[in-house]
Design a protein around this ligand. Structure first.
Ligand code: SF4
Ligand code: SF4
Ligand code: SF4
Length: 321
């Protein structure tokens, strides 16, 4: 009998769902074993009943063995959908770095809502200025952007922006076979073939505003490590996975570009900013020269890692309750 699957996207860009499609031929193998009972990205499943009669007054997400959620939690609707998915699904998977660590949208946690609205509704170069929306029917904004596990229990984390299809395939296959999935647990550096010559080569890191030194005619393994070339490469503090399961190289390094950290920290509870500053200091690099340190949390600003003072609630008051 096919395994029932429910999928939801919260504060999401749909890139994670495209990564599911990128399973390619594997998708053809696993699809007959799955029955999608709810997947708004593909089918028009109504939240409040399927008849249009208005007779259902609760979120109507059918029971499923496996629930998959991409995106983070930013407003009351996201929160209610996440809770309904948790109640309907036996196993809940956080798909993508927005769900596991807040992702790029959690950068907003570094700003106040007033700054957000000012920039979005009046400061954009490409749109006409407008007032802040005040329709009471719109979902209420929560105090900040949350990763999924800050609000509901998560059983399996598949980070990545987006996650590599190989990890999605392994997670689905393992669940179908009734075993624990085997997922990468090391750092991007552990899957990177670039040539390392040792610590102490540079004393300062710089942003990636100029190309690294390499010979395009030679393989990646002959390019010197970008961090040793003085470029801010997040490989030491970022979870491996983007190289896939078939011996490829990390995605950005394959393009001779430094890792930006999109898989989040190596440990689920790691802090990419602190871990990176530690890594730099232990390599003898002056961390005072690192410009815009909060950007080291560009993919992992949930869990209170990035926090504008305006988002801190008075003592005793709970975040986003
Ligand atoms: S993790 Fe990346 S690809 Fe997935 S929803 Fe977030 S921004 Fe999009
Ligand atoms: S720091 Fe970057 S370039 Fe160097 S080994 Fe790690 S991932 Fe590769
Ligand atoms: S190299 Fe880093 S930023 Fe690039 S895809 Fe891999 S984890 Fe993401």
């Amino acid at each position: 009998m096919p395994v029932k699957v429910a999928e939801e996207w919260l504060g999401s860009c749909s890139g994670c769902e495209i990564s599911i499609l990128n399973l390619g031929e594997t998708l053809l193998t696993v699809l007959p074993q799955l029955e999608f009972v709810h997947i708004p990205v593909l089918m028009d499943h109504k939240y409040f009943g399927q008849t249009g009669q208005g007779d259902v007054h609760h979120l109507d997400i059918p029971p499923a063995t496996v629930g998959i959620i991409s995106g983070n939690i930013r407003n009351q609707e996201h929160l209610e959908v996440a809770m309904a998915m948790r109640a309907s699904c036996d196993v809940l998977i956080a798909l993508g770095t927005c769900a596991t660590h807040g992702g790029i949208p959690a950068l907003i946690n570094a700003c106040s809502d007033a700054e957000l609205f000012e920039r979005y509704y009046r400061g954009s170069e490409s749109t006409d200025a407008a007032a802040d929306p005040d329709d009471p029917n719109l979902p209420r904004m929560l105090p900040r952007t949350y990763a999924l596990d800050e609000k509901v229990k998560v059983d399996l984390y598949l980070p990545g922006c987006p996650p590599h299809p190989d990890q999605i395939a392994e997670a689905i296959t393992a669940l179908l076979e009734g075993r624990a999935p085997v997922l990468p647990s090391k750092s991007v550096c552990d899957t990177c073939p670039t040539r390392r010559e040792g610590k102490g080569a540079v004393k300062q890191v710089r942003r990636f505003l100029q190309n690294p030194q390499y010979d395009p005619a030679k393989p990646l393994a002959e390019m010197r490590c970008l961090l040793e070339q003085g470029l801010l490469c997040m490989g030491p503090v970022t979870r491996a996975g983007c190289a896939g399961a078939h011996g490829e190289s990390p995605r950005c390094l394959s393009a001779r570009v430094p890792c930006r950290g999109c898989y989040g920290p190596v440990r689920q509870d790691g802090n990419q900013m602190l871990d990176m500053l530690n890594a730099l200091a232990s390599n003898g690099i002056d961390i005072k020269g690192v410009i815009d340190r909060p950007s080291l949390l560009r993919f992992s600003g949930a869990h209170g890692r990035l926090m504008n003072p305006s988002r801190r609630l008075p003592a005793g008051q709970k975040q986003g309750a």
